[in-house]
Design a protein around this ligand. Structure first.
Ligand code: SF4
Ligand code: SF4
Length: 345
């Protein structure tokens, strides 16, 4: 269902969505972040890449799994804490970040399914925005099977057409959202559709960075496990973990028990994001660490994204958002590494 919505009418649409928690990118000082919309009249969809992808809404950085304590009689008591059921809509989702959610869906959808992830995921509607221009100079979605106007994972794709938006409703969830304010939308004309195609073609030309010969990367990586290449590439890494914490496709986590009292025993079990770039990530209780240095950890990041995930799920664990390049404090650039892998003898 293709519709047109004037920019003037956009706040009125948001105001009709009171039964949802509505998120959109918000500029905080110089950085963009997905936040709950407080004032629909101030909505701005001209955002650059948000620091954290909308993944943080479906799979938060920290969440409580269960609470435990001992009763007066000394018996252990455990209470599961499932997320509150509340429908949400996220506006302004970049196509690469929506694709990333389809990748985490597959991982958290393996049996046994993750009830914490799915209770939020099932209730979240993703409203995307065509990237024109791209939100980062380091975008390379075209190299990893995406595009600035990809619909994958989205319920609606919006495209900025000057004083109006082209609205492409892609799922039942998306149609429901439009029906909430049907009178605000007009059908898209054939002229609108032609203009849309032109915008989409132009948006692709604006993606300047690329990985060459990416199809051969998984095989090249297989042969480079023992290569000194990884020592050289990881030399400047300060193991801050930014590249993985900010990645929309990374899903690793740790589970810890936090005690709030020892007598009586009281506490909670908490899941927090973790990263393969930290030395403790693979530390065994024996003291042995199979990935003891920066080189083996960088190699793990690259092989997981471009070899192991391809073998297991037939897709790269990277959607080309460019965050790990733009935000690495040491300028380590995943595109440069991949292009060097291709040239590696
Ligand atoms: S962001 Fe850069 S410096 Fe930090 S862990 Fe990743 S590669 Fe290393
Ligand atoms: S690996 Fe880097 S470019 Fe790829 S999705 Fe993650 S943060 Fe984005």
């Amino acid at each position: 269902m293709e519709k047109i919505l004037t920019k003037k009418s956009f706040p009125a649409w948001i105001k009709k969505l009171q039964s949802y928690t509505v998120y959109s990118p918000e500029k905080q000082e110089n950085l963009w972040s997905y936040e709950v919309i407080q004032n629909p009249d101030k909505l701005n969809l001209e955002h650059l890449n948000t620091v954290l992808a909308p993944k943080k809404i479906i799979y938060p950085q920290r969440e409580i799994f269960l609470q435990f304590n001992t009763s007066k009689e000394g018996k252990p008591q455990i209470k599961e804490v499932l997320p509150e059921e509340h429908p949400a809509v996220i506006f302004g989702v970049r196509p690469c970040d929506a694709k990333a959610i389809t990748l985490t869906d597959k991982v958290f959808g393996e049996e046994p399914k993750d009830p914490y992830y799915w209770s939020r995921r099932n209730q979240t509607i993703l409203v995307g925005l065509t990237c024109n221009p791209p939100p980062s100079p380091n975008c390379f979605c075209l190299s990893v099977g995406g595009s600035p106007h990809s619909k994958e994972g989205l319920d609606i794709l919006m495209t900025d057409m000057g004083d109006k938006y082209h609205i492409d409703s892609l799922t039942k969830k998306g149609e429901k959202l439009i029906k909430a304010a049907e009178n605000l939308f007009k059908p898209a004309s054939s002229k609108d559709k032609k203009e849309l195609e032109k915008i989409q073609r132009e948006s692709e030309k604006k993606i300047k960075r690329e990985v060459k010969d990416i199809k051969n990367i998984p095989d090249k990586l297989k042969d480079m496990f023992e290569s000194p290449f990884w020592d050289e590439e990881a030399m400047s890494c300060i193991r801050c973990g930014i590249c993985t914490y900010l990645c929309p496709t990374c899903f690793c986590f740790d589970i810890t028990d936090e005690l709030t009292s020892t007598l009586p025993l009281k506490g909670k079990r908490v899941r927090t994001w973790d990263t393969c770039q930290f030395p403790d990530f693979t530390m065994h209780s024996s003291g042995h660490n199979p990935r003891p240095d920066k080189a083996s950890r960088l190699r793990q990041r690259m092989l997981h994204k471009f070899q192991y995930h391809v073998e297991n799920y037939q897709d790269y664990l990277c959607t080309g958002c460019g965050r790990c390049i733009s935000l690495c404090p040491m300028g380590i650039d995943i595109i440069e590494i991949l292009n060097k892998v291709i040239d590696h003898e």
